[in-house]
Design a protein around this ligand. Sequence first.
Ligand code: SAM
Ligand code: SF4
Ligand code: SF4
Length: 335
Amino acid sequence: MAQEEVTDRLGRQLRDLRISVTDRCNFRCPYCMPRERFGEDHTFLPRRAFLSFEEIEKVVRACIPLGLDKVRLTGGEPLLRPDLSDLVSRISDLGIDIALTTNGSLLRRNAEALAEAGLKRVTISLDAIDEEVHQKMSDSSVTVSQILDGIEAAREVGLSPIKVNCVIRRGVNEEQATKLVNHFKGTGVIVRFIEFMDVGRTNGWTLGEVIPSRDLLNHLQKQFDLVALESERSSDVAVRWGHSDGSGEIGLISSVSEPFCGDCVRARISADGRLFTCLFASGGHDLRALIHDTNGGDLTAAIAAIWQRRTDRYSELRSEETSALPRIEMSYIGG
Ligand code: SAM
Ligand code: SF4
Ligand code: SF4
């Protein structure tokens, strides 16, 4: 079904869909799922509430006529969802570019099946090279070597590009930035530094803990000879820099200091089938009834109608007032 170009109120198309396949995780990164709030008492979604792979495929199909060209599987930790490669294969068969964001702990045992199912590229989160700092950032017993081995497994099966996402928190892991750049220089792995964001309401975010990308870049430029690289497409969130000798690339994602809402072409689906039009939304649109009961055309029309009403630009408006608003947790909405 061909649709007229669907844009939101700020003229942005729906091009990317981030799908959270589970709200559970085997890490407790304090900036995302602090253990004191996501401990024994936390109520996770019951597994029966998760969209099935068939239902997720239906949502993806419904978004294609609206201009969708990229899907990212995320969570929570997406590799905790059994047989994730089945979902990869369903989406890749639709001719959609498919990516995965993972903490890497289960990548060694899943990489081959994922690649065979059609996954081309992967983003692995790794906030430190030093074991002690990694433990602090992830609050898990998984070691840096296990994650590096997951990255190696991704390389062995030909996933490319491989990107590493690193959230920087002032006073916790900023000195790891140089170590990560050094570690991955010459390996083809692209390290991207993300400003610590005020997602959700549980991570105790303060502006003081954010190191603006420009400060981090200044710091890195003192140690590496970096040259600016062109962005690949206007909706790319990372500003790219390359080692002048061609031995690698890094990226800076300035979600707080230089928001990119104007180019935001992303929608998110929670594991239980709610559509969110912003990472900082306080509520979503429940698509489950439509997913279960209607044909694809109606689902497309419903998503188009939601998208056309969209005015989100939270990061551009961020202030003390917006910080006080209710927000969905990242592990639920899909990072
Ligand atoms: N568990 C997977 C992982 O960690 O890669 C996928 C989900 S995680 C929510 C997706 C991404 O969001 C990760 O790269 C993580 O570092 C990032 N993230 C989570 N909380 C964040 C925060 N408060 N600020 C910036 N990035 C955050
Ligand atoms: Fe889990 Fe990823 Fe959140 Fe860390 S960032 S707690 S690995 S979902
Ligand atoms: Fe997109 Fe919302 Fe992030 Fe702005 S704040 S870039 S609209 S997700």
